[in-house]
Ligand binder design. Structure first.
Ligand SMILES: [Zn+2]
Length: 65
């Protein structure tokens, strides 16, 4: 039998996966507050785009022979 993730009581089918609408509400608010607390790190990876070691610009000169 599964138990409520909030209070560890047996779950009720009507309120799966929780034991009551109250615990479902508690979990929802907990989830929302956690998602707001996580900072978004989107700008950190942008610096890597400036360098491109796979395609050095010197290669184009070899075709002039
Ligand atoms: Zn519960």
């Amino acid at each position: 039998m599964r138990v409520c993730p909030v209070c560890s009581k047996p779950t009720i089918d009507k309120y799966k996966p929780f034991c009551s609408s109250r615990c479902a509400d508690v979990d929802l608010h907990r989830w929302l507050s956690e998602s707001y607390a996580i900072p978004v790190k989107a700008s950190e990876s942008d610096d890597a785009l400036d360098e491109d070691p796979q395609n050095p610009p010197d290669k184009a000169e070899e075709t002039s022979h």
